[in-house]
Design a protein around this ligand. Structure first.
Ligand SMILES: [Zn+2]
Ligand SMILES: [Zn+2]
Length: 312
């Protein structure tokens, strides 16, 4: 049933970041848009003043070679790391664009400090849009607003869709919202166990997210602008001070991540941290895959676990 969707999605997953950027440029061009291909981002103005954004990079160091799909075509993963974070977001945007000509922004290098989003806000391009949507979060049915505290925006979303407010750390919209002075929301897109080689994508959730977001956008009255309103915290900002170790990890937001990556002596390199996570034999991470695939058999090969199952 999902054959076509799976192959279109897998095609996105197998592309390197530059190749994907080129591919999307051509898609936007073929839609009659006039995309701007600049260092760090790909941007195109549509006729509906809503900005959809996704990032083009993944945390995985290898491009996807082998793709495993479970028996009923509903779960997809790869020994190289499928990169549903954020290829799910890219797929969802392409799906929404089929019926709603929104503005789109594809950013590079979100995983290494939201570099592309920063390059975009520095470019001087400042689209006048009603709000910003991203789909770059694990799981299903979460919506996160980070430090954007626009109550009207939040309640419009939560009363007109199945998404429920949750909390998150940072993503590209943490840069875009404040700089474009526009409210922004990030939605679950159907990837799980991201930032590990056990990452997998639930195709049904990805599909549902695209239709739920399309429904929400169609419910919106064009011209109703939701401004970015900064959350006011009760605690002192000085608590989030820089630490020697993490200064390069998150210098943009000045947030120390040592608490999360306790066993990592050098948080500068993402892959270092994540590979260590993978190597610690945390079988719990792989449990959903084990349950999903009858032929599942974890084996060690070259430091990574691989799966003995149907490979495409
Ligand atoms: Zn992401
Ligand atoms: Zn990520």
């Amino acid at each position: 049933m999902n054959d076509k969707i799976v192959s279109a999605f897998v095609k996105l997953c197998k592309m390197s970041q530059p190749r994907l950027k080129e591919y999307l440029f051509n898609i936007l061009k073929n839609k009659g848009l006039d995309p701007i291909d600049a260092p760090g981002y790909l941007y195109a103005e549509g006729s509906v003043p809503i900005l959809l954004t996704a990032h083009l990079d993944t945390v995985h160091s290898q491009t996807v070679q082998d793709v495993c799909i479970n028996q009923n075509n509903s779960l997809v993963w790869s020994p190289q790391g499928i990169g549903g974070d954020d290829r799910c977001g890219v797929w969802i945007i392409l799906e929404i664009l089929k019926t709603i000509p929104c503005h789109v922004l594809f950013c590079e290098d979100e995983e290494i400090g939201r570099k592309g989003a920063i390059q975009f806000v520095k470019s001087g391009i400042c689209p006048s849009v009603d709000f910003i949507f991203a789909s770059d979060r694990r799981g299903e049915r979460d919506v996160v607003f980070y430090d954007c505290d626009n109550q009207d925006f939040e309640s419009w979303i939560t009363t007109n869709s199945y998404f429920k407010t949750n909390i998150g750390s940072v993503s590209d919209i943490s840069v875009l919202g404040p700089k474009l002075k526009t409210a922004a929301a990030n939605f679950s897109s159907g990837y799980f166990s991201e930032h590990t080689h056990a990452e997998y994508v639930d195709i049904e959730i990805m599909k549902r997210t695209a239709s739920e977001l399309s429904k929400l956008i169609k419910n919106h009255k064009i011209g109703t602008f939701y401004p970015y309103t900064e959350t006011v915290y009760a605690y002192n900002d000085e608590i989030d001070t820089l630490c020697e170790k993490c200064i390069k990890w998150d210098d943009f937001f000045r947030v120390c991540r040592c608490d999360i990556y306790t066993d990592c002596n050098n948080c500068v390199m993402f892959e270092d941290c994540f590979d260590r996570f993978d190597d610690d034999n945390d079988i719990e991470l792989y449990k959903p895959l084990k349950d999903a695939c009858a032929g599942f058999k974890p084996i060690k090969q070259g430091g990574y676990k691989l799966w003995d199952c149907r490979v495409r």
